[in-house]
Design a protein around this ligand. Structure first.
Ligand SMILES: Cc1ncc(COP(=O)(O)O)c(C=O)c1O
Length: 516
């Protein structure tokens, strides 16, 4: 692809230039009031060109690197990051934009498997661009009329998919915050006076969650003044799922100690192993003891879109609240995270502050459409439009196909791993698109699995990862877990990744690590 050349003819274009009617495709003459207006137009066209060529075409091309890594000092020296007294020219600004793209990780690349998100849907990207352009805050219908209605439609649809007959929802800045909403709602539901009187007015309570839950639960209880000691981690089975029998025993134990069980957090797709807690059994227990059930489906919630895979979340409709990161498995650009609850009206009761400068009750329109007081925020980003536009572009069936595809690809990788003598699965039958595995260089194959052997195995992944990053060929993360030494955690959210990419992983790790 030829390099992008911009701003070279002249930095400040004429006030009159040719433009295109975008919808009808016809050329038209565009005029600008000032040279500055023309300059901004020229600049934006340059940026869009960079997005199309560098940020999309080049960035998603398998022939190109996922990352061009430099250590922080070297990167700082390669970039011009200072903030000048006087503004830069278009030419300089566009160069800065290109440098930014160059050294950023190409998370839309089909070989980026590092995090619980990846890929880039171009319709959703278009929605993001327009969202930034329209810059509406979601607190009132007054400033976000279209998006408020869109949220209503989307939340109704999400509730239908979950199986909630009624309820409410709000977009949150991420799953960690969504889980915090769950904690706060659980507490308010049981002790409504907490809103005015605070934690000092509450009896001692505790929260149950699997030992493999996301760390955001810990952060949430700390921030909400519940204290991290209120979390009682429930042991997992050998399938990495919360042991429901243990949960019930622990609830009885807490009660015997005079500690009130407040909430059970069940995970629908754990961060590392991709395990789905037994939601139906947990719901039975929560119902029996009158405990708020929160389902953290931040990672694995996307399975709900698929007829083939939604049974992984059987029982989710019985949860009092659900956190669902649409920006993970569903591939919406960051960030897009829905918090859903079956309790109609409770979100607002729990969080409202009735600010009279913003939520005037005597406005000229139906103020029930001013949804902002349900949120813990004031200004709130519009996260709905990109999601809505992507949905319109693909339809529910298209979204379902994406989910089925990423599950199919991770299943394919798992089979390849089983068939290869240099790879060993951490868990035989992963549930979400996580495939966790050890790579064994030839010298460690067919050896007795002694303590020393495991120590050696644990040294492999960090070295392979370093080589992988400097090669720029792909990105997969690794971590230890409990007594398990460092292993690779493959995850897939990008529907553009193919069996060819899965084959590449097997060959590339072997290439990078077979001398270790
Ligand atoms: C299961 C689970 N819950 C919650 C979160 C937190 O989501 P966020 O990163 O959007 O705060 C994650 C993040 O990976 C997760 O895997």
């Amino acid at each position: 692809m030829p390099p992008i050349v911009h701003g070279e003819k002249k930095d400040e274009p004429d006030c009159e230039k040719n433009g295109t009617d975008l919808i009808n495709g016809s050329a038209n003459k565009q005029t600008f009031d000032t040279a500055e207006d023309a300059r901004k137009d020229d600049f934006l066209r340059g940026v869009f060109q960079i997005i199309l060529k560098k940020g999309i075409n080049d960035a998603f091309n398998r022939k190109n690197k996922v990352v061009e890594f430099k250590h922080p000092e070297d990167l700082a020296a390669s970039l011009d990051l200072g903030l000048p007294e006087n503004g830069d020219s278009n030419k300089k600004l566009l160069q800065l934009c290109e440098d930014t793209v160059r050294y950023s990780v190409k998370t839309g690349h089909p070989r980026f498997f590092n995090q619980l998100y990846g890929g880039q849907d171009l319709f959703a990207l278009a929605g993001s661009l327009l969202t930034e352009n329209l810059n509406a805050s979601m607190y009132t219908y007054e400033v976000a009329p279209v998006f408020t209605l869109m949220e209503e439609v989307v939340f109704k649809k999400l509730r239908d998919i979950v199986g909630y007959e009624t309820g409410d929802g709000i977009f949150c800045p991420g799953g960690s915050v969504s889980n915090m909403y769950g904690l706060n709602m659980a507490r308010y539901h049981k002790y409504p006076h907490v809103k005015e009187e605070g934690i000092h007015a509450l009896p001692k309570f505790c929260i149950f969650t699997s030992e493999q839950c996301h760390y955001s639960l810990k952060k949430g209880v700390a921030l909400l003044g519940m204290g991290t000691n209120c979390i009682r981690p429930v042991q997992c089975t050998d399938k990495n799922k919360m042991d429901a029998q243990k949960l019930e025993e622990m609830i009885l134990q807490a009660r015997a100690e005079g500690v009130e069980p407040l909430m059970v957090n069940a995970t629908g797709g754990t961060t590392v192993m991709g395990a789905y807690d037994p939601l139906e059994e947990i719901a039975d227990i929560c119902e029996k003891y009158g405990i708020w059930m929160h389902a953290d489906c931040c990672w694995g919630g996307g399975a709900l879109m698929s007829k083939k895979h939604r049974s992984l979340l059987k029982g989710v409709e019985r949860a009092d609240s659900i956190a669902w990161n649409l920006h993970k498995l569903m591939g919406i650009p960051m960030q897009c995270c829905a918090f859903l609850t079956k309790h109609e009206g409770l979100l607002k009761k729990c969080h409202s502050a009735y600010a009279e400068y913003l939520f005037q009750p005597d406005k000229f329109y139906d103020v029930s459409y001013d949804t902002g007081d349900k949120s813990i925020q004031c200004g709130r980003k519009n996260d709905v439009f990109k999601f809505w536009l992507m949905w319109r572009a693909h339809g529910s069936r298209g979204l379902e196909r994406n989910i089925d595809h990423v599950f199919e690809m991770s299943g394919y990788l798992r089979e390849r791993i089983i068939a290869h003598p240099g790879y060993k699965l951490v868990q035989e039958d992963p549930e979400c698109t996580n495939v966790c595995f050890w790579y064994l260089p030839p010298r460690l194959r067919e050896q007795p699995e002694t303590e020393e052997w495991w120590t050696e195995v644990g040294k492999v992944a960090p070295v392979v990862k370093k080589r992988m990053i400097f090669a720029g060929s792909m990105m997969i993360t690794y971590n230890p877990m409990g007594s398990k030494v460092n292993f690779f955690r493959f995850v897939l959210a990008n529907p553009a990744s193919t069996t060819e990419d899965m084959d590449f992983i097997i060959a590339e790790i072997d290439r990078l690590g077979n001398d270790l």
